[in-house]
Design a protein around this ligand. Structure first.
Ligand code: SF4
Length: 262
């Protein structure tokens, strides 16, 4: 909706100095990749697909891909974990910073030649805490803003917008929010949501189990878990596939958007 608003404000054409980027972690739902391609095709707007690429030189840790060549088995994410010898967690979110923010920053600097730029984020007016954090002091060469929030656009408005469109994300929607967005079993999602996503498709847990098994060389300490404050992915998978999930009480949290962009 943010992209559509930018296009709409410029006669349906993307201004020359505006660029649309998608940083693929390889762990998004296939519907997300389909949706990004569909936005590009239906609205006639170029979208640049980027991924983390492993390289000894930090300046070369990115590559351009497209819908066909984009990773779908978590390859960029696994490569980052192997490089850092560390699993990301809610406190040390190296996945957001390296797979998304840094990849886009390198592209902006090396290909677009930007020295300073503005980043538009699609936060809504019902996310004041996230919006407020955008104004925090930083040392990045870009400033971030949330035009939809500034315009008072809420989750309900976004839902209504997509109902008027001839296409949408095609992922289950609960009051304008989806627990299927971003990386499929992101550790920032609530335990109940992750458990439900595993139960819906148990094979989703396998990549996460694999990373927790090999995330650090000795497999000891908290560094080999995505979350130390709840059961690991292997246990959730065993409960989900063994039919005993109801025996374990997760916090009864609401569906919340994954806070990856915070
Ligand atoms: S969606 Fe979650 S797992 Fe994926 S990059 Fe963001 S914080 Fe990391």
């Amino acid at each position: 909706m943010l992209l559509w608003s930018v296009l709409n404000a410029h006669g349906g054409v993307l201004p020359e100095d505006v660029h649309v980027l998608y940083a693929n972690t390889g762990k998004e739902m296939p519907e997300t990749l389909d949706f990004i391609r569909e936005c590009s095709e239906r609205w006639g707007v170029p979208i640049t697909w980027l991924e983390y690429a492993d390289h000894d030189d930090p300046q070369q840790r990115w590559r351009m891909v497209d819908f066909d060549s984009a990773s779908r088995e978590g390859e960029p994410f696994a490569a980052l974990i192997a490089r850092k010898r560390l699993l990301p967690n809610p406190v040390k979110r190296i996945c957001t910073s390296e797979l998304k923010i840094r990849v886009m920053k390198l592209y902006a600097q090396q290909v677009l030649g930007f020295e300073h730029w503005d980043v538009l984020i699609g936060y809504r007016s019902d996310e004041p805490r996230r919006v407020a954090k955008l104004a925090a002091p930083h040392k990045e060469p870009f400033d971030r803003s949330a035009p939809l929030a500034s315009a008072g656009v809420s989750a309900a408005d976004v839902g209504a917008f997509w109902q008027r469109q001839p296409f949408d994300l095609r992922l289950p929607n609960m009051n304008g929010k989806t627990m299927h967005g971003n990386c499929d079993l992101c550790f920032l999602k609530g335990g109940k949501q992750v458990f439900s996503l595993i139960r819906e498709k148990p094979s989703r847990a396998l990549w996460w189990i694999d990373q927790e098994r090999k995330g650090v060389p000795d497999g000891k300490g908290d560094g080999h878990l995505f979350r130390k404050d709840r059961m690991n992915y292997e246990t959730m998978h065993a409960l989900a596939t063994g039919g005993h999930g109801e025996l374990f009480a997760f916090d009864d949290e609401e569906i919340e958007d994954c806070a990856c962009t915070d």
